[in-house]
Design a binder for this molecule. Sequence first.
Ligand code: GAF
Length: 388
Amino acid sequence: MSNPAQRANKLFVQTFGTTADDLYLAPGRVNLIGEHTDYNDGFVLPAAINFHTIIAVKRRDDDTYRAVSDAFPGKIHSWQFGQEGQMSPDDGWINYLKGFTAAMAASGLPAKGLDLAVVGNVPLGAGLSSSAALELAFGTAVNDCSQLRLSPLAVAQMAQRGENQYVGCACGIMDQMISALGEQDHALLIDCEDLDSEPVPIPESLSLIIVNSNVQRGLVDSEYNLRREQCEAVANHFGVESLRHVELHALEAAKSQLPEVNYRRARHVLTENRRTQNAAHALQAGNISKLSELMAQSHASMRDDFEITVPEIDSLVEIIATVVGQQGGVRMTGGGFGGCVVALVDHELTDAVVEAIESQYHAKTGIEPTVYLCSASDGATRLDEELY
Ligand code: GAF
């Protein structure tokens, strides 16, 4: 049926027996380069994508929240502001909303209650940040409806706090920040130390292709948190706050004093920071062969040093790289252990890339891939339904 905005409104009426006041939307994201660098105060280069979470909301006079999702119609969750209780893994998606209100309450910010109906088309569990899209659509609605006047960056930080403290995932700021601040046809170079960001135009000659490996992601949170601990252990070794303050030559000099695996984790982060800054320059300059080289190096570093790829993802990257050569870049995107690869390729090669994936990936892995032809989109906002 209809578009997602109409679906959200319809779900709202079916659930609450009245019409919603407003619609809010936030995008998922794809990271072009700069993986596992955000929580090390490094650089990332993500883009918001044209896959969204949309929430239809109605303001309430009390501090109660009632929420329904089209993934589980009929199941209404409700809680009171500041009384979110313990996170329950069985509650799934609602934890991200409760995390947001819990973080607001802990910061001493007041907020009024809402009734809300959630729909979306960000693929779930694919590493495209459906959770950040949910948090930012909700956070933007809460901010607006309670007239808190938080900046989009402050909403993103609140969402990250909720996910860290309530949901228990030690994620960095990248996903929330790009979902808040994304710009159409641009990636965003973010310095995760001071949270400065700079839009980088994606050349019109390039197609943004995302391919879901459809590998079931396992152990994501525990492996993610372990990587973070390994990085922090190296920063502690040098007596600095984060890996941002460790130079590559100092890391090389200290190699024999570090556990080998931690040395490799840190080498990924330090080299990835350089690659990310260089990739932003290459994109800006339209230097696609340089971008291609940097994305290939990034993938190899994630595979060999950070060990977050899986054979199916490596195989997808190889299939695409063989078609595009120096006329585009390809690498795994997101936290890892399955999920998606991202490719930025010359438009003229789009069909050849899709054909190669469809003819080779299943034959090599026994899994059907899903291809999304995307565009970089704007960040979270209140939605004018007519414009959607
Ligand atoms: C996940 C996290 F949520 C991000 O903060 C980031 O660390 C990413 O993995 C890896 O780059 O998406």
